[in-house]
Design a protein around this ligand. Sequence first.
Ligand code: 8YV
Length: 332
Amino acid sequence: MTGQRPHVVVTRKLPDGVETRMRELFNTELNIDDKPLTQPQLVAAVQTADVLVPTVTDAITRAVIEQAGDQLKLIANFGNGTDNIDVEAASEKGIAVTNTPNVLSTDTADMIMAMMLAVPRRLVEGAKVLASTDGWSGWSPTWMLGHRISGKRLGIVGLGRIGSAVARRAKAFGMAIHYHNPKQVHPDLEAELEATHWDSLDQMLARVDVVSVNCPFTPATYHLLSERRLKLMRPDAYIVNAARGEIINEDALLDALENGSIAGAALDVFEHEPAVSPRMLRLAEQGKLVMLPHMGSATIEGRMEMGERVIINIRALFDGHRPPDRVLPSRK
Ligand code: 8YV
C-alpha cells in the first residue's frame, strides 16, 4: 500500500464522476480505453493491487485468485451478481469480496417491466413497422393485437431485492404475484405484495402466465429452468430473464419458442453472453423473442451509485471496519 492510500485497480471504464472520486481517494489505476483485461492481465493486477474492482465481464476464477499476492485485501465488484468471482477461493485466501446491492434494484425492475410488456404488447414489432421502408399504411381495429398483462399471474423465481421491486411494479399493473423461493419471505412483505408462495417451482411454472427470473446464478441455479421445467409452462405463457443467462437452458427455451410450447420470451442476459445465435435472431424476427444487450441496470444514476458503493466498501475496509456489502461464500 502507498501510505494510507490503497492501490486500486479498476478493470473497466467507469462513469467519470466515479473515476474522479476514486483518484482523489486512492492510488487508482483506471482502464480509460475500456478494453476488457485478458486473464494474464487480471493475474498481473491481483499481484500488485490492494483492491481489485472487477465487473461482470471479468472471470475472477480460483486460478486467478490463487496467484494473487498477499497485498490483495479486497475484490470490490462493480455489480450486484458475484457469479464472476470465486468467492470461496477468495475467502480461503482471506480476501474480502463485496458487491453493490440495492442501488440497481429499481432500474433493473423498471427494465423488467418494459421487457414483460415488450413481447405480449408487440413493442419491437410495432416500432419496426414505422422504421421499415414500406412504412405504416394506417390504423386498423384488428391489426397488431397483443395480449393484456393486467389480471394475469406473475411467477417470480427469486423474490429478493430485485424480485420484490418487480413484484411492487407488477402489482400496480394489476398482476397477481406468485413466487418461488427456497424460503418463504417475511409475512409483512407477503402481505404487502399479496403474494402467494410456492414451495414447488414445478407447480408454480404450470400455473402462471408470466415467469420472471430474479434469482442469483449459483451452482444450484444453473439451468434451474431446465428442459423439463420449461415444458411445464403454459403455451400462452411468457418468460423474462434479466438475471443471468445460465439459469435457463437456452437451447431448450429456443426449442419451446420454436415449437410454440411457450408464447414468448424477453432476455437481457444470455447463456453464452455476448453471443446470440442465428436461431435467436430468427425468433426475434418473428416477434417471439425480444433481446436486450444486458441493459437492466444501465442508467447513469445507477452506475454512479454503484461506484459510490464500491468506494464505501473500499474505505470501510481500509478504515478498519467491516465493508457494508460483504459477500460470503454460499453455504454448501
Ligand atoms: C451490471 C448486473 O451491469 O449487477 C449485476 O449483477 O447484472 C448488471 O446489472 C453488471 O453486473 C456490472 O458488473
